[in-house]
Design a protein around this ligand. Structure first.
Ligand code: ATP
Ligand code: MG
Length: 224
């Protein structure tokens, strides 16, 4: 029997939006994943708390929005692992725990091209590459045919590109796959900016989440 593959999509999800959901949906189909765990980070390592568009909502709200967004899809699941752990969230710790919990399934770490470009600045990136296969999504408006341009230079000596350069094999044996998705050009930053300026965010995220955010007053400059 072939092993099940579980996708892991980490993020701040501040808030989760249709771009995340579309990317997850496409990756699930392309790679025939059995499910995707959406993993909100607790204290974002590379971000700070702020006000208005820079505000980072409490973890319990960000997780609740993920829960609302995944409630009707049995293949998408909120995973609270990073919220239950003290201190900042490190992907390496998350993957270590999940690989034990989900044994014998294989892990597929899902990451957008914007984040993957800076992957070398993450905590223990070599370890991370050794712990999971990767699905790298070309995040719209970017169109990518080759991994070579976005795989940080320090990993070129430990990865072997396929002929088409749409995948690469890390020295651990794990594979990094470039996935072409018909994604949506939506970002949480843009949603927060719109909310802080009083513009509509209809259609950019599920209505239930939009309503929850609008009634919380989060990201709204008027509420400051
Ligand atoms: P922010 O603007 O606050 O950084 P974001 O929209 O980039 O938010 P994150 O929570 O930072 O969302 O992203 C989590 C993961 O989802 C990252 O790997 C990111 O590249 C990916 N991602 C986010 N939005 C999209 C999108 N529209 N299409 C494809 N991937 C996306
Ligand atoms: Mg981001």
């Amino acid at each position: 029997m072939t092993k099940e593959i579980v996708g892991i999509l980490g993020g701040t999800f501040n808030p989760i939006h249709a771009g995340h959901l579309r990317a997850a949906e496409e990756t699930l189909r392309h790679l025939n994943l059995s499910k995707i765990l959406l993993v909100p980070s607790s204290v974002p390592v590379l971000k700070t708390k702020g006000i208005g568009k820079d505000f980072i909502a409490p973890a319990k709200d960000r997780a609740h929005w993920v829960e609302l967004a995944t409630r009707n899809n049995p293949r998408f699941q909120l995973c609270r692992i990073e919220l239950q752990r003290e201190g900042p969230s490190y992907t390496v710790d998350t993957l270590r725990t999940l690989s034990l919990q989900l044994k014998p399934s294989k892990l597929m770490f899902i990451i957008g091209s914007d984040a993957f470009r800076n992957f070398d600045s993450w905590y223990q990136p070599d370890e991370i590459l050794s712990m999971a296969n990767f699905a790298v999504l070309a995040r719209p408006p970017e169109i990518l045919k080759s991994l070579r341009n976005i795989l940080p230079a320090k990993f070129h000596s430990v990865c072997k590109f396929s002929k088409s350069e749409s995948s690469a094999r890390h020295q651990s044996g794990n594979v990094i796959n470039l996935i072409e998705i018909s994604g949506l050009e939506i970002s949480s930053t843009d949603i927060r900016r719109r909310l802080s300026q009083g513009y509509s965010v209809r259609g950019l995220l599920p209505d239930l989440i939009r309503e929850a955010i609008e009634s919380s007053g989060y990201f709204s400059e008027a509420a400051l």
